[in-house]
Design a protein around this ligand. Structure first.
Ligand code: ZN
Length: 442
């Protein structure tokens, strides 16, 4: 039953007087309205009578009580704030933060050219944040159950994300749920009714979502789907459940991309995809398809995308963002203008889990996120690549921390770099900062 504009409803726990505004969207489960209370705007999801079950109400109440997953990663979920009920009719819904739809886009809107396409740097941030937020949800004991391109939205410029439709979130490995997931994103064991939604099924759905973001294609849509005459339920069960085969499977090419211009974009985007990401997709859609324990974890995605983002190149001719070549390789040509790329100096930082490289591009901010990708709120900007105020040819790394850095120049001499001052950007320079050791390499 539709809600009347201007009508006021009281939320159950917080007693927020919610004034109903315009209808924003309508879906299979219910309608979304913009509502306001005490001068602030929210969104209200109001269930269709058939979906307004006692189980659903109990599930929402539990999510409200628990609150969103922790930290910065948890704050990206448009989590239910409170239940809203209409006692007379028994209808109900829940109030949640309002999505800024002028800022955030779905992949579908980007593909339809209705929103700007994110650059490679933003793509890395979107992918990192998606993995990070779902990880935080899983650590809270929940599974999302319906990870798909439809409920992840992103700011194409900054790469920030939000995750909507959180009312299907449930406890991992418990089956009671109205939604089992979007079929395209479900792993074979769910399609074939051999398992219930869990973190493992979410990991498969996350890999599908990331593949669609990067390749603009479904990982299992190759010759097999191309030859299907009627795209009905049995066909979907076969493609996603009974005979799932990755379109880029290195051992079996019977589901390769068809030689049809329609598939040109996917082919080109796969060729431009960094090898480290290709490798994870290969794992996710070969061994990970049938063996849930072998799936790519959120942490593996996080580390890979963070490494790519911090080592991004800028084309000297057209400024387009490019990926660094794998270690030991010379840079290829710019994907955009075909100019030869030049590898800038890098800051190589050693830490407990290995090493991390930052390409030293002018204006670039350097963050400690690589030290603890699972706790984003702990990350601090520690440096910024800048130019000498009197000589633009001289570059340095400005100390953005509150402690002095100790540096060792290539001639062996040592110096202190106080906060806000810059260390010279010299090949061979060693840097001790906030408990870490870095070296500038060519
Ligand atoms: Zn270029």
């Amino acid at each position: 039953m539709a809600l009347a504009n201007g009508h006021t409803l009281l939320s159950t726990e917080l007693q927020l007087p919610l004034r109903i505004g315009k209808k924003l969207a309508e879906g299979g489960q219910g309608e979304i309205y913009q509502v306001s209370a005490a001068g602030r705007s929210y969104a209200l999801k109001w269930y269709h009578p058939a979906q307004a079950t006692a189980e659903q109400k109990g599930a929402i109440a539990a999510l409200v009580k628990h609150g969103p997953p922790k930290g910065k990663a948890g704050s990206r979920f448009l989590w239910p704030i409170d239940l809203v009920e209409e006692s007379k009719s028994g209808a109900f819904g829940y109030v949640m933060p309002l999505l800024d739809s002028s800022r955030f886009a779905t992949l579908g809107q980007v593909q339809a050219h209705r929103k700007a396409a994110p650059g490679y740097g933003s793509m890395c941030r979107i992918s990192f944040q998606a993995a990070s937020s779902y990880k935080q949800l899983h650590m809270a004991g929940y599974c999302y159950r319906d990870i798909s391109r439809n409920n992840l939205l992103f700011d194409p410029h900054s790469g920030d994300i939000v995750i909507c439709d959180n009312d299907n979130v449930g406890i991992s490995n418990q089956s009671a749920c109205q939604v089992l997931g979007t079929m395209e994103n479900m792993p074979p064991e769910l399609i074939l009714n051999r398992a219930v939604p869990s973190t493992q099924s979410d990991l498969h759905a996350l890999s599908v979502l990331l593949f669609e973001l990067w390749i603009w294609h479904h990982p299992l849509h190759g010759l097999k789907e191309y030859q299907v005459r009627s795209w009905d339920l049995p066909a979907k069960i076969r493609i996603y459940g009974e005979e799932p085969l990755f379109v880029f499977d290195p051992e079996n090419d019977s589901n390769r991309l068809p030689e049809d211009p329609e598939y040109q974009t996917a082919r080109r985007r796969w060729q431009q995809c960094p090898p480290s990401v290709q490798e994870l997709f290969l794992k996710a859609f070969t061994v990970g398809l049938q063996q849930p324990q072998q799936r790519v974890t959120e942490g593996q995605w996080q580390r890979t995308f963070l490494r790519l983002q911090d080592s991004m190149l800028s084309c000297p001719a057209c400024r387009a963002e490019n990926f660094s070549p794998p270690a030991g390789n010379t840079p290829a040509d710019c994907w955009h203008c075909r100019s030869r790329l030049v590898l800038p100096p890098r800051l190589l930082v050693k830490h407990a889990r290995g090493s991390h490289a930052f390409t030293l591009l002018l204006g670039k901010s350097l963050s400690t996120l690589f030290c603890h990708p699972e706790e984003e709120e702990k990350a601090r900007l520690f440096g910024e690549v800048n130019q000498h105020p009197n000589n633009a040819q001289i570059w340095g790394i400005r100390n953005l921390t509150e402690q002095s850095w100790s540096i060792r120049l290539p001639d062996g001499s040592r110096k202190e770099v106080p906060p806000q001052r810059s260390a010279p950007l010299t090949i061979g320079l060693e840097l001790d900062f906030i408990g870490l050791n870095g070296q500038i390499v060519s």
